[in-house]
Design a binder for this molecule. Structure first.
Ligand code: HEC
Length: 121
């Protein structure tokens, strides 16, 4: 009986171990705090609350704050796969992992507001 129990725990541990690795493609859970950090490289083009774009001409960059997270992830994956062809966003999206996309989507889906820790920056 003891063996059965420890064997069961072993199986659970293996399942847990693999699931954290393989969950990636669809159900990655985004962390908005991580997303806020990653978004530093997006905000130059996609202005977020309280920040101005670098040039007045870039106002036609789509505003991605408050978009549905699913939409943001889908858009990023489409750029990464080449389904969407904008060269700049393709370059950026191809450098993002699924986790990074989920984090960014979680952050922008909340409205893209910076967490309080950004006050000094
Ligand atoms: C160099 C400027 C630039 C940077 C940096 C940039 N983007 Fe973009 N992004 C664009 C442009 C331009 C478009 C519109 C492209 C098009 O017409 O398909 C766009 C489109 C998008 C879209 C699709 C919006 C929509 O309404 O369909 C998403 C989502 C997006 N960007 C997310 C990001 C994220 C997340 C980052 C940071 C990791 C980022 N972008 C960094 C310029 C940029």
């Amino acid at each position: 009986m003891k063996n059965a129990v420890s064997g069961f725990i072993g199986v659970v541990a293996i399942l847990l171990g693999t699931s954290t690795v393989t969950v990636s493609a669809q159900t990655v859970k985004g962390d908005p705090k991580m997303g806020a950090q990653r978004a530093a490289m997006c905000s130059g083009c996609h202005g977020i609350s309280g920040l101005r774009n670098a040039f007045p001409e870039v106002f036609h960059f789509p505003k991605i704050g408050n978009q549905h997270p699913e939409y943001i992830v889908a858009a990023l994956q489409a750029y990464r796969s080449g389904e969407r062809s904008h060269p700049t966003m393709r370059a950026i999206a191809s450098s993002l992992t699924d986790q990074a996309m989920a984090d960014l989507a979680a952050f922008y889906g909340q409205g893209g507001l910076r967490p309080t820790t950004a006050a000094g920056k």
